[in-house]
Design a protein around this ligand. Structure first.
Ligand code: AGP
Length: 612
């Protein structure tokens, strides 16, 4: 949610600010802007829409400066217009901000009473005017910034530059991330290490409540009590290389096609190829072994991965689980068991709802285990135990390979603890581990088959004009149905819901008519296949047009009831969620492309959600 970058150098910083913003565009792409200093007044250029619009403006009227800040926005307060784009500035100060200032209305009223004129609908503008007000009262930039920070409520990261101070940036972190990069004779700040990686490998992550004064020579970090603090400087593992689309039309498609390889990498990090044994770090296993309950918490796609894992942990490892979306969990203040384990799943590792729920669980004395994809994230740093999914950078806003690698990791965890607890036999475990090892090849077969038959593409051509769709599944495939609906909503803007197939008759079946395609996930070897088959027929009897995703036997049984079919290989029910995720991704992708939406950067979304 909004990306921040700042550079102090001896050279013109504008091109590198733009390059940094291109690496931060996943955090928001409503509008973007930069402000620079070159010995005179603040100069800034902002543009509505994609970063390319800012690039085009700067090509016509370049900015030059040796100090500068940049921002890519995901709108919270005020629409995505050029006026509302950051940096926000007065004559004396320019500000970029990620997060929300919750008390902005009161601050705005106070400033308006002092005859300050506001030009935007944003919460951020109050920061610029507050600082300006303190500067006008004779305070130094540091004093003005500190006095301003002290008055802000909410979660935010802020960076500012000041007229007449070409060797100064002041920043702070309160709830949303900010990192400092150390160069030679130049210094940087940014929302994440990914943006800093092409500029420097030496990075320091601010902690909540930290403020920082940056010059070309050094960074001084201090707390809100004005005490200087040292934060470790790390060598980042992020690559400075740019992730491209290769020969693919969209990142989403590329990432769908990467799944055989990244699931293979993730599996290889857990399964010994020589003997097929799953190896999980002992500290993780012993935390799982001793916990009276696992609390699974995440948002969006990662939450659906947790939902699948709940079935695995309960059915296979016989561990009681509780599960919730992070934004609800945190505020319902649930009591937590002594010695409990809380498991967090996040692609970005920066999702603020998830992070806040993690902090709540920490306060409740839980051991925190996280499964994250992006390295060096805040969630990783605040966890006791961490496992990485090896999906590599996921650029498409709609999560695909992150989901299947999360499932892969959770499957290995559940299997491993089930074996350790003796709730499955060694033989059962090795049968499932072997099935897991087949998954990359099976996904490759699904992708090859799609290349050959263009089946999902053809189905998309039939359904892309639908207003609504339903996705049905039972048991382990119920969460996959939810994920299928989320995927479709995100990239095609078609309203879709995922339902437990058995729940439809308790209400939503009233929606069924021949205008609403229903996707049914029903592998024949699932223990509940017969029941799902009955549910499918109940819908067909009411005029529903069904897309059946099933295996050979499922097709033989149900093909006469389905208008469309996607047949995939037989697989063990335990691993079916990983395999069945792929056709629903392909359907969402092709529907979106057929509709002509912006697949990789769908409207209103951002890849990393760092506001509550
Ligand atoms: C998935 O397609 C979404 N874009 C979204 O639901 C995402 O999974 C959610 O915001 C959680 O993100 P995280 O995994 O980075 O924490």
């Amino acid at each position: 949610m909004c990306g921040i970058i700042g550079i102090l150098s001896k050279e013109n910083v504008a091109p590198r600010l733009i390059e940094g913003l291109s690496r931060l565009e996943y955090r928001g792409y409503d509008s973007a802007g930069i402000a620079v200093l070159n010995g005179g007044p603040i100069q800034r250029t902002r543009a509505k829409g994609k970063l390319q619009n800012l690039r085009d403006k700067l090509k016509e009227n370049p900015l030059h400066g040796t100090a500068g800040i940049g921002h890519t926005r995901w709108a919270t307060h005020g629409g995505p217009t050029e006026d509302n784009a950051h940096p926000h500035a007065t004559e004396k100060v320019a500000v970029v901000h990620n997060g929300i200032i919750e008390n902005y209305a009161a601050l705005k009223a106070e400033l308006t009473a002092k005859q300050v004129r506001f030009e935007t609908d944003t919460d951020t503008e109050v920061i610029a005017h507050l600082v300006d007000d303190y500067l006008k009262s004779g305070h130094s930039p540091k004093e003005a910034a500190d006095k301003t920070f002290a008055r802000l409520e909410g979660a935010y990261a802020i960076v500012m530059i000041f007229t007449g101070e070409d060797n100064l940036m002041i920043g702070c972190r309160q709830g949303t991330p900010l990192a400092v990069g150390y160069g030679t004779g130049e210094m940087f700040v940014a929302s994440d290490s990914y943006a800093l990686a092409p500029l420097t490998k030496k990075i320091c992550f601010l902690e909540d409540g930290d403020r920082v004064i940056v010059s070309r020579e050094k960074a001084t970090i201090y707390t809100n009590d004005n005490d200087n603090v040292e934060r470790p400087i790390r060598i980042t593992a992020q690559s400075g290389a740019t992730t491209g689309k290769g020969n693919f039309r969209h990142f989403m498609l590329k990432e769908i096609y990467e799944q055989p390889s990244v699931i293979g990498d993730t599996l290889n990090s857990f399964i010994n190829p020589a003997n097929g044994e799953i190896t999980i770090p002992p500290a993780v296993l012993s935390a799982l072994e001793t916990t009276p309950r696992i609390t699974l918490i995440a948002c969006g796609t990662a939450y659906y991965a947790c939902m699948v894992a709940k079935y695995w942990f309960e059915q296979t490892a016989r561990i009681p689980c509780e599960i919730d979306i992070a934004s609800e969990f945190r505020y319902r203040e649930p009591p937590m068991p002594e010695g409990g384990l809380a498991l967090f799943v996040s692609q970005s590792g920066e999702t603020l709802d998830t992070l806040q729920a993690l902090r709540y669980c920490k306060q409740q004395g839980q051991t925190i285990l996280s499964i994250v994809n992006a390295v060096e994230s805040t969630i990783e740093r605040e966890s006791d135990l961490v496992l990485h999914t090896l999906a590599g950078p996921e650029i498409g806003v709609a999560s695909t390979k992150a989901f299947t690698t999360q499932l892969t990791t959770l499957a290995c965890l559940a299997l491993s603890i089930a074996l350790k607890k003796g709730t499955i036999t060694a033989e059962q475990s090795s049968v499932i581990a072997e099935e897991l090892r087949h998954i990359p090849a099976q996904i490759q077969t699904i992708l090859n088959e799609e290349e050959r038959s263009k089946n999902a593409l053809t189905i998309a051509g039939d359904i892309f004009k639908s207003q609504d769709m339903l996705y049905l599944g039972r048991n382990l495939l119920y969460p996959v149905a939810m994920e299928g609906a989320l995927k479709l909503k995100e990239v095609s803007y078609i309203h879709a819901e995922g339902y437990a197939a058995g729940e439809l008759k308790h209400g939503p079946i009233a929606l069924i008519d021949d205008n609403m395609p229903i996707v049914v996930l029903a592998p024949a070897n699932d223990p509940l296949f017969e029941k799902t088959a009955s549910n499918l027929q109940e819908n067909v009897a009411r005029g529903a047009k069904v897309l059946l995703i099933s295996d050979k036997k499922g097709h033989e049984t149900l093909k006469d009831f389905a208008k469309w079919t996607i047949e995939i290989q037989d697989t063990h029910p335990f691993v079916a969620p990983i395999l069945y995720a792929v056709p629903i991704q392909l359907i969402a992708y092709h529907v979106a492309v057929t509709k002509g939406t912006d697949v990789d950067q769908p409207r209103n979304l951002a890849k990393s959600v760092t506001v509550e």
